[in-house]
Design a protein around this ligand. Structure first.
Ligand SMILES: Cc1cc2nc3c(=O)[nH]c(=O)nc-3n(C[C@H](O)[C@H](O)[C@H](O)COP(=O)(O)OP(=O)(O)OC[C@H]3O[C@@H](n4cnc5c(N)ncnc54)[C@H](O)[C@@H]3O)c2cc1C
Length: 468
């Protein structure tokens, strides 16, 4: 997992040379790193991409100063494996083990500790970057700070991150998790807001229905005196089913979860999205089938299947960030319009300087609502509902997390984000002629063509995104 600094420099110089050529020919390129946790179809064409997939090593873990120097293509599970050996962990670890350091920074990733620490990129201290013209520069709050702050959530449209200095915090072996059941959206939001002003490290919630949910509060712990639950083995229950059962039985329940199992507790089943594969292939969703197909239901495999079969337009999969004072109205809207359950509630500390971030919202607390479920109806209805949700989020002063499908017109999009500022940064750092802009990257323009059988074959043959 470790790489020498010398080897890292050689790998970055290789990327630099390629970028110089692309720049000389004004050739637009996409950043390829082999995988993705976005739900948009990804197309990489020969001669039109830059491959950063070998930037997947750790250069240094500094235990005294509590930071790590890490290349961008290191996924969360490998990152945590190495830092935990030193008793440390990044403040924010995304729930899916395959999300990478670079993708998490560029994609506005967060999770249950985001209430305390902000998004994943808020722990970044410094980036080494290759610009559009091939120049290698360092960015930090004191060096090229305009690029440092605008890089987060820019979806690779400003430059290539080649190395990250990331802050770490002390960790313990277990998480002590307390479940509180709640009986309405109102109660859930009030409870989240109250708990977020306290000292808890991890806070998230699930609404299983509009009158039934759970808020889960976690803290680091060394003690094992409570019941212990695990979520990484074939016989383990999917986490959301476990949480649902508990919240029906108890008003308050406490347990201990080994740290790795807690951090990736939603991996098996992809929160609950994996159950749609059972429906799609007409397999009963029961304990024994969940056990038999365990290997297929980790998020890496689920994403592979999603991309190779191209079925994402049958589902509404979006994360929407709302200021806490309009979250209730938004949940009521989703209940009425889509009636998708469960819903994920993840409170986030608002952004400060990261103008492209989904939580750059004027509020004390942002509530991220994960709405992931099946949509019945035609393609036209799918587009219509996406437009309606985009409008509702805008009217309620929220923002979409842009990893998913976006159907905004260019004008609508730049009403949300500051185009003048963004264009100046792109001009200043030589991004314009080589990197597609953020709108080009996130806008879905066409109807996807499903390919079930060939898709399954492709997913079986390779774990990497194809290059055409
Ligand atoms: C059901 C569902 C639930 C989700 N839940 C969560 C969640 O709980 N928490 C969470 O944080 N996220 C969640 N996500 C979204 C996920 O965090 C984002 O999609 C994340 O950005 C993915 O990172 P990735 O490593 O897969 O990168 P990609 O999706 O491949 O890349 C994201 C962007 O970064 C760019 N990029 C990648 N590497 C570099 C680099 N080295 N330099 C410059 N640009 C680069 C890419 O070009 C792309 O535009 C969820 C998604 C779904 C569908």
């Amino acid at each position: 997992m470790m790489k020498s600094l010398k080897q890292h420099i050689a790998d970055v110089q290789n990327i630099q040379k390629q970028m110089e050529e692309f720049f000389a020919y004004d050739q637009k390129v996409k950043i390829y790193h082999g995988t993705t946790n976005s739900t948009r179809a990804q197309k990489f064409e020969k001669g039109k991409y830059i491959d950063v997939s070998n930037l997947d090593h750790i250069i240094e873990i500094n235990t005294a100063q509590q930071y790590i120097l890490v290349e961008p293509n290191v996924p969360m599970d490998k990152l945590v494996e190495e830092t935990l050996r030193c008793g440390l962990v990044p403040p924010v670890v995304m729930e899916f083990p395959g999300i990478t350091v670079g993708g998490g920074i560029q994609g506005g990733a967060g999770e249950s500790s985001s209430c305390k620490y902000g998004l994943f990129h808020d722990a970044s201290l410094e980036y080494e970057m290759v610009l559009g013209n091939g120049e290698i520069i360092m960015t930090s709050p004191s060096q090229n700070e305009d690029l440092f702050y605008s890089t987060a959530c820019s979806y690779g449209s400003l430059g290539i991150i080649t190395l990250v200095k990331l802050r770490l915090i002390p960790s313990k072996k277990f998480i002590h998790l307390t479940y509180y059941s709640v009986g309405s959206f109102d109660e859930a939001i009030n409870f989240l807001s109250e708990k977020c002003s306290g000292s808890a490290n991890f806070i998230d919630g699930i609404m299983f229905a509009k009158d039934h949910g759970t808020i889960m509060i976690g803290d680091f712990s060394d003690k094992k005196e409570l019941p212990v639950s695990t979520f990484g083995k074939p016989a383990d229950e999917w986490f959301y089913l476990h949480a649902n059962k508990i919240s029906k039985q108890y008003k308050k329940y406490e347990e201990i979860i080994p740290i790795r199992d807690y951090l990736f507790r939603y991996d098996i089943g992809g929160f609950w999205v994996g159950r749609y594969f059972f429906t799609f292939f007409k397999i009963p969703f029961i304990k024994i089938t969940a056990y038999i197909f365990y290997r297929l239901f980790n998020t890496r495999t689920l994403y592979r299947l999603l991309h190779s079969t191209n079925i994402s337009q049958q589902y509404f999969v979006q994360d929407l960030s709302l200021p806490s004072n309009s979250a209730l109205e938004f949940l009521q809207f989703i209940d009425k319009k889509l009636h998708i359950y469960p819903l994920w509630l993840c409170p986030l500390r608002p952004g400060k300087n990261d103008k492209l971030s989904p939580n750059y919202i004027d509020t004390n607390l942002v509530i991220n609502v994960g709405v992931w479920g099946e949509l019945k109806g035609s393609y036209d209805q799918f587009i219509k509902i996406n437009h309606e949700v985009e409008k509702e989020v805008y009217d309620l002063h929220g923002r979409k997390v842009l990893y998913a499908h976006s159907y905004y017109s260019r004008e609508q999009f730049w009403n949300i984000y500051d185009y003048k500022w963004y264009k100046e940064i792109r001009d200043k750092y030589f991004a314009n002629s080589v990197f597609p802009d953020i709108y080009e990257k996130i806008k879905v323009t066409k109807r996807y063509k499903r390919s079930i059988l060939s898709g399954l074959w492709q997913a079986w043959r390779s774990s990497k995104l194809p290059i055409e």
